[in-house]
Write a protein that binds this ligand. Structure first.
Ligand code: PRP
Length: 208
């Protein structure tokens, strides 16, 4: 999979708010929403378009419509915080949910929900997860999505470790990963350092 680090000062600014341990859950969700919009906007730069004639108040001219709307797949829980931003940009997209919870001893993802159909019949898919640590959760999602007969697969993450980026890059899955920033590495608990903590807890609390 190809990897693109999206370089933008607004990404650096919003990410700094996410990193700050003093940021409230409400502000965390708002800043994650903004970051998702920036990253998905960039990820859709070369999306396929169909030409359509549009009537302006003065004349006819070329207009453009999306050839199709990609299916959005947030990885629950943390990916839910990217969904609203994605739907604002792609309002006609269908949404499927993949639930993954990392086992904090083995660091392997435990999959507890998958609403993707067995066959998506060549539809393009965008998978959303703000954190790419070991890469295990996203890798699992990418394999499920590829096996469902997806067309173009795009992954969008806010913050990654170098280990996570390498895992996705060498996964053999066709597609492209867009990342906001790559941090220094993982600690002994496989948390991204310096990181931003647990993006699920910081949006929705620690009760789960
Ligand atoms: C976090 C994060 C990713 C995953 C990243 O989710 O949101 O899904 O871990 O780690 P990985 O790259 O090593 O797989 P978590 O398992 O904490 O669940 P949550 O989203 O419900 O908080």
């Amino acid at each position: 999979m190809k990897v693109e680090i999206v370089n933008h000062n607004l990404i650096l600014e919003r990410l700094s708010t996410l990193r700050n341990a003093e940021t409230s859950n409400k502000a965390f969700r708002q800043n994650l929403h903004d970051l998702s919009t920036f990253l998905i906007y960039e990820a859709m730069r070369n999306v396929a378009l169909d030409k359509q004639i549009v009537e302006t108040p003065l004349t006819s001219t070329d207009g453009w419509a999306l050839t199709s709307s990609p299916i959005l797949v947030p990885i629950v829980r943390a990916g839910l915080g990217m969904l609203d931003g994605a739907l604002n940009l792609l309002p006609n997209s269908d949404v499927c949910f993949l639930g993954a919870r990392r086992d904090e001893e083995t660091f392997h993802p435990e999959i507890y929900m998958n609403t993707l159909p067995d066959d998506v019949d060549g539809a393009d898919v965008i998978v959303l997860d703000p954190m790419l640590a070991t890469g295990g959760s996203l890798l699992h999602a990418l394999r499920v999505i590829a096996a469902s007969g997806a067309g173009t697969i795009t992954a969008v993450s806010v913050l990654a470790s170098p280990e996570g980026v390498s895992a996705i890059e060498s996964s053999g899955v066709d597609g492209q990963l867009f990342v906001g920033f790559v941090d220094d590495g993982l600690n002994d608990s496989a948390f991204i350092v310096p990181g931003l903590g647990d993006a699920g807890d910081r949006q929705f609390g620690k009760i789960n």
